[in-house]
Design a protein around this ligand. Structure first.
Ligand SMILES: [Zn+2]
Length: 494
């Protein structure tokens, strides 16, 4: 008899410092696909759901599709959103019957209004429904904050091994193939999790330059070989979550009786601690970045400036004005920024119409520490519905909708104004708005690291801006943590 495998995705990276709640509308705005919609929307994309679907074909499983939910990082997931999405998964189990196995695409850093650890709350509900014997495989983003309870409730846990995250499909494949071995009775896995007293680590997981993440992943592979481990994951953690257990983890999946699991987890934990100060990115001021861009960037070889402290992909509001102000002050030519979250300005552009000249008060609506609104005269050079498909290496093929959008041009600077927050990690964030990024001299993106996957190949240089004070700033001491376990590095002395 064909094994029925339930597939569901419920992702969120919750920045507890962000004032914007993550409600059901936030999921609808990014990705909320029910049942067969999951197949039509996500088959053939570089996502875990596509990987799970293909695994069902390969292993001759019958896929039972529940829901694939993802929302842009922001504040806590509301009770209503958590109940709707988790409730739908439980309802599908009720209707279709207890499946032979479950494959879950989670982020690993979800905080809800009711639960510090959204993932274990979801897993607990599923376990209550299906019991302990149904194998559950879980994929995580490497920015997961993972509790021991999650490790007890799942059978397989595997995380991405790349940042930018270009291995989402491959991570799902590794997870599903291990679940296949559980179903075949070949393995009886147990999960071991080790974490140290640190909030951030392994260079926040970057794999684009030699550094601790790549060396620790290589160490993890050696240990896996040496001890015959089934899977080893290194999570950098998500430090912008004021919860007790935030921070990096080493996660080992091994046969229940394999004593090498604890040895490997401990060795990796110690290496994550030893390398905690290693950081491969030079964070500089907006003024310095703009001055570098003016010297280096030219048409056909754009200089890329990333706004680290206001990255919507980490829960930032996406409307900070520090970088844009520096660009305007420097009177940059042939430059573009995408995108600035400002629905009010989009509406003003729509009302004024294409070609209109008007004064706007741009951005600066949410995070005073990152600059007040910029009052500037400019021209509406484009109006758009804000819908496009990603074509770069990350989440390839996934549909994006940044809502009604406008291109507003101030002197030599084109600014994409968006009605929804979104991280720019794909050249379509310019191309969809009539801008050919490769022809620009300067590109500014609201992203901290993911942009490198698609922009590094065309960049003549890259600068990363963090003036401190933003809710995705690397200056953790500027944030008011109340719930973290203490002492913890780098907030406390060791
Ligand atoms: Zn991540």
């Amino acid at each position: 008899m064909t094994t029925r495998v339930l597939i569901a995705g419920f992702k969120h990276e919750t920045n507890t410092f962000c004032k914007l709640p993550t409600d059901l509308a936030s999921y609808r705005a990014r990705s909320l696909y029910y049942g067969e919609e999951m197949r039509s929307a996500l088959s053939g994309t570089n996502t875990e759901i596509a990987g799970f679907l293909d695994a069902c074909e390969r292993h001759d499983w019958e896929a039972v599709l529940a829901v694939a939910a993802d929302a842009t990082p922001a504040g806590k997931v509301t009770r209503a959103a958590f109940e709707e999405i988790s409730g739908h998964i439980l309802k599908v189990i009720d209707e279709a019957g207890v499946p032979g196995a479950i494959l879950l695409q989670l982020h690993g850093a979800m905080v809800t209004e009711d639960h510090e650890d959204g993932e274990s709350a979801l897993l607990s509900l599923i376990r209550e429904k299906v019991g302990r014997d149904v194998p559950i495989g879980v994929t995580h983003d490497l920015h997961a904050n993972v509790t021991d309870l999650t490790g007890e409730l799942a059978d397989i846990l595997v995380s991405y091994r790349t940042y930018p995250h270009v291995d989402q499909y491959d991570t799902a494949t590794r997870c599903a193939d291990l679940i296949a071995r559980v179903l075949a009775g070949e393995i009886d896995p147990k999960i071991t999790i080790a974490r140290g007293p640190q909030l951030d680590g392994v260079d926040h997981g970057r794999t684009t330059a030699p550094g601790p993440m790549l060396s620790i992943l290589a160490m993890a592979d050696r240990l896996a070989q040496e001890h015959g481990l089934l899977a080893v994951s290194i999570n950098a953690g998500f430090p912008w979550a004021d919860i007790s257990y935030a921070g990096p983890t080493a996660i080992v999946v091994a046969e229940r009786d394999n004593s090498g699991a604890a040895i490997a987890a401990q060795a990796l934990r110690e290496e994550v601690w030893r390398t905690r100060e290693e950081f491969t990115v030079d964070l500089i001021t907006a003024a310095k970045a703009v001055s570098q861009a003016r010297e280096t960037g030219k048409p056909g070889a754009p200089f890329v400036i990333a706004d680290f402290a206001d990255n919507p992909g980490g829960g930032g509001y996406g409307d900070s004005t520090g970088l844009l102000r520096a660009m305007i002050d420097a009177e940059l030519r042939n430059a573009a920024l995408s995108s600035l979250f400002d629905p009010e300005c989009v509406a003003a552009c729509q009302a004024a119409g294409q070609g209109a000249e008007l004064e706007l008060h741009l951005g600066g609506k949410h995070e005073p520490a990152l600059g007040a609104p910029i009052a500037a005269q400019g021209t509406v050079t484009g109006l758009f519905d804000g819908q496009f498909k990603l074509q770069g290496p990350m989440s390839t093929g996934v549909a994006v909708n940044i809502g009604p959008a406008a291109l507003f041009t101030i002197g030599g600077i084109d600014i994409v104004l968006a009605s929804r927050r979104a991280q720019n990690y794909d050249r379509q964030f310019f191309k969809a708005f009539g801008i050919e990024p490769a022809r620009k001299s300067v590109l500014a993106v609201k992203s901290s690291q993911h942009f490198r996957a698609d922009y590094a190949p065309i960049a003549s240089g890259i600068a990363v801006v963090d003036e401190g004070g933003g809710i995705t700033s690397h200056n953790f001491k500027s944030l008011d943590y109340k719930h973290l376990r203490r002492p913890i590095w780098p907030l406390d002395e060791f």
